[in-house]
Every structure is written in structure tokens, then in C-alpha cells.
Write a protein that binds this ligand. Structure first.
Ligand code: SF4
Ligand code: SF4
Length: 70
């Protein structure tokens, strides 16, 4: 049976915080670690609150975050 899973591709994130602002559950924050492009990338600070709505995936201009179905 297909399962939804939240994923973040740290390499693509550019710290714009659109996903942080639009997540309805306050799941996301910019982390302290820096990716290869020199940006602090987003992390799931509160993964237990994620409802897998994929709003973060819709608003991200860099395809760095979202929900996948496996
Ligand atoms: S899938 Fe929805 S609840 Fe989960 S991090 Fe993205 S916007 Fe927030
Ligand atoms: S919207 Fe995309 S690029 Fe912007 S902070 Fe979120 S994951 Fe990173």
C-alpha cells in the first residue's frame, strides 16, 4: 500500500523560508547546518506535527521539500 513521506533535499534549499511561513502546523525551521551552496537549510523541527499536506512542496521554488508517495 502506498505511503506518504515528507522529504527535504538539503542540497537544493536556498533559505527563502517560504515553506516555514506557509506550513500550517509550524513544523519547519531554518537549521544551523549549511549546505554546499552556503545556505542554512530547512529542517523539520517538529516532525510529529506534520500532516503531510504538501503545502511546503507547492510553495518551494527550488523543489527542495515536499511529500512523496511510495
Ligand atoms: S507537509 Fe504540510 S504540515 Fe508537513 S511540513 Fe509540509 S506544509 Fe508543514
Ligand atoms: S521553500 Fe524551499 S528553498 Fe525555501 S526555505 Fe523552504 S525548502 Fe528551502
Amino acid at each position: 500500500m502506498a505511503e506518504k513521506r515528507h522529504v527535504i533535499d538539503a542540497r537544493r534549499c536556498k533559505s527563502c523560508e517560504l515553506c516555514v511561513e506557509k506550513c500550517p502546523k509550524g513544523v519547519l525551521e531554518l537549521g544551523s547546518a549549511i549546505n554546499g551552496q552556503g545556505y542554512n537549510y530547512v529542517v523539520q523541527a517538529h516532525p510529529e506535527k506534520c500532516v503531510l499536506c504538501d503545502i511546503c512542496g507547492i510553495v518551494c521554488p527550488d523543489m527542495a521539500i515536499g511529500v512523496v508517495v511510495e
